[in-house]
Write a protein of this length. Sequence first.
Length: 231
Amino acid sequence: MNNIDYQHLTLGEIVAQDFRTATLFKQAGIDFCCGGKKTLQQACSEKEIDASILIHELTVLEQDPQNHAHNFKDWDLGFLSDYIVNIHHKYVLKMLPELVFYTQKIAQAHGEHHPELVEVAELFNKINTELLQHLKNEEDVLFPAIKQAITAHSTDTKKVIESEIHRMNGEHEFAGGAMDKINQITKGYKLPNDACNTYSVTFKLLEQFEDDLHIHVHLENNILFPKALKL
């Protein structure tokens, strides 16, 4: 990756080339998963960030040979689908009931003085409902169709892939937007002075969940889905 024109690449393309760049985008508050189709210049303009500073940081990172990140963009689509299920789907299914419980608990205990927690609990309950069905559809319909299309090119399979990906993109937008809203109203998961241990644990788990969701959606929106549509 030499002499890269970062300014005009999309965020998804940059992270797909070198997954380490995801950390830089997170630090800058730039959405590289659902917003992965935006160019770096567009994203920086929206956030009022000096693009030249971020480009410099990306260039320095590019010149560092110590890159042990997975090269997801070169993986077989069937293998990538299995990875998403075994790593990200399992994590989401484990964390959803825990976070529904914790967000409701702190809303009940602290909602009087921190009404934003009631909204957090409501938003996460919607995320829970959406993602449970979303993951099931991916595992039962989309991913099997992608694996089938790798070996057998059928018109019906292609139609399934196209319609499912269109729907999945919309569901990603909802889940990503809801987590962005939670991040916003909690001021980046900032704890108030009267936060108890449960309050602290809940915010830490929410932040970890958001980080995982960004990676999860990036792998699908920016790598798996575009390549599946070309099968």
